[in-house]
Design a protein around this ligand. Structure first.
Ligand code: PHE
Length: 374
């Protein structure tokens, strides 16, 4: 076994030879100087300062030297590594400064340039109408309610006193939902929510207390063809009031207020006798044309009413006792009124929209005219 190599000449260990160390330093400095960006510098750093770089190898050789030789070799390699480290740091900061300057130049935003034109969205007049109507009713202290669009036939018809042979139940008006025995339809009006409201129970199973004043804006469906005045999907606002002592006068007063709030102060309304199975007596509500104030005498003299002077708006009446009873309300103690008004029609009248297509097509250029850009 050989003893420690006391005569070891460090200059003979080739990696530690001054020329080799100088050459490693020179190669490192050259590589750093040649790196033209930070990623090239990273490669150069790994090659010349990494664990497998000549100087790292030289450093490891020092451990094998005899103690007398360690100091000198250590000094030489240490100085070389320091020199390389310093050159690297300097080149690193140069290249970082270059990069920052380039990013600043490339990513400059000229805030004075005109922005590219983007069309804005707009809220649909139906959304605005629904909100307007909700505001009118909440302003009178009414609640706003809603119900499902896919509705049980029982709520849509039976509970409203529409017998199974009533014409409104026939295929030409109603969208039935498959399978037929499920007894589901797309609701043909918002009136089923009258019954739902009266039958509603709270978390502890208790019936809602009377009186009830609810307004129900909602989407309804009928098998009509889309044309200038009809659409198979449209909207109504239902009103239901059940209280002690309600009369047609309360109904008329409520509708007067609604018409005035939507079509202008002083809008005159009238009730025409009509028939609905769920109200008795029943009426159609018309209002005097707010454009010609009922003065037009021919189609050509008023575009809004077409010379008819009165504009039909919806059905209403006193809640039929059979409906109250079906909902568990005693008609001896309580009476109620109800109404259902078309909201597309209200938009067409209020804003002079001549064609239903404009309302259903959803073209933002149409909606944008209603003053609610987004
Ligand atoms: N639901 C009826 C319709 O759609 C309107 C109406 C509602 C009539 C409430 C009377 C009472 O035509």
């Amino acid at each position: 076994m050989s003893g420690p190599n006391k005569q070891y000449d460090p200059v003979q260990v080739s990696a530690l030879a001054p020329e080799a160390v100088d050459a490693a330093v020179a190669a490192a400095l050259e590589a750093f100087a040649a790196a033209s960006d930070l990623s090239e510098l990273k490669d150069a750093r790994l090659a010349h300062q990494g664990e497998k770089s000549p100087l790292a190898l030289a450093n490891r050789e020092i451990g094998a030297l005899p103690p007398s030789a360690k100091a000198e070799a250590g000094k030489r390699v240490g100085a070389a590594r320091a020199r390389v480290g310093q050159a690297l740091a300097q080149r690193q900061s140069e290249l970082e400064a270059d990069r920052d300057a380039r990013i600043l130049a490339e990513e400059t935003i000229d805030v004075t340039l005109p922005t590219p034109y983007r069309t804005l969205g707009a809220r649909h007049p139906l959304s605005l109408m629904i909100e307007r109507v909700q505001d009118i009713f909440t302003g009178m202290g009414w609640e706003i309610a809603e119900g499902p669009e896919i509705e049980a036939e029982w709520y849509n018809f039976d509970a409203l006193n529409l017998a199974p042979d009533h014409p409104a139940r026939q295929m030409q008006d109603t969208f039935f939902v498959d399978p037929p025995k499920a007894g589901l339809v797309l609701r043909t009006h918002t009136s089923p929510v009258q019954v739902r409201t009266l039958l509603q129970r709270d978390a502890s199973g208790l019936r809602r207390e009377l009186p009830v004043y609810v307004a129900v804006p909602g989407r309804v469906f009928r098998t009509d063809e889309l044309d200038a005045t009809h659409t198979p999907v449209f909207h109504q606002v239902e009103g239901l009031a059940v209280d002690r002592g309600l009369t047609m006068a309360h109904l008329k007063g409520t509708l007067d207020h609604l018409a005035a709030a939507l079509f202008g102060e002083g809008t005159v309304t009238r009730l025409r006798p009509s028939y609905f199975p769920f109200t008795e007596p029943s009426a159609e509500m018309d209002f005097l044309c707010f454009a010609c104030h009922g003065e037009a005498t021919a189609a050509a003299t008023c575009r809004t009413c077409g010379g008819t002077r009165w504009i039909e708006w919806g059905g209403c009446g006193m809640v039929n006792h059979a409906v109250l009873r079906a909902a568990g309300v005693d008609p001896q103690e309580y009476s109620g009124f109800a109404f259902g008004m078309g909201l597309e029609r209200a938009i067409m009248l209020r804003h002079g929209v001549a064609d239903m297509h404009d309302i259903v097509e959803g073209d933002v250029r149409f909606s944008a005219q209603f003053g609610m850009g987004l």
